[in-house]
Unconditional design. Sequence first.
Length: 209
Amino acid sequence: MLAPYLRPENADELLAAAAHRSKAELERLLAERFPRPELPARVEALSPPLALGELAPGTVEAEGPGEPQLAPGTVEPPTPRPRLAPLAPQRYALQFTIGQETYDRLGYAQALLGHALPSGDVAAVFDRALDALIGQLERSKFAATTRPRPQPRPASADPRHIPAEVKRTVWQRDGGQCTFVGDSGQRCPARTRLEFDHVVPVARGGQAT
């Protein structure tokens, strides 16, 4: 990853800055120091996946047992895997493949945004879609709302039920991050697959406060 950027005048400093970094950290370092131009928004059709027993374009059957042989010429490359990579400070390239239904929904969303977003920019549509999805998930996960009830609901008979106002308070207090702290004093960095948990188990009289 460093090779294309190494020069006699920067090799020592760049190698030192890259030492002990993960691949993701190294990608961000290179994007900060050697920013690349942004990718143009593009939606294009890909070749359909091959059915079982079909040959890839550019192949011919061998005469007899064995694997198919490559024919002269260019063979279609495999479909690229989803990728998220930094291009420059605070700018990222995102690449993935979508199905027909998703493609149709994208076109419908662009049509509905025709007045607010005349360009139909895919990145802008994607950003708005994430805003809507995050709002929906926050309401589902920790009862997020801009208009909380003035009076809390009556307590539930289920001792494991966690009131919405408690979920909101705990999520904001903990920053949406796991609160487990190991013996070394380091807090768990996980922000996914989190669950609300009673400090004192319910079976031992713990309450959802």
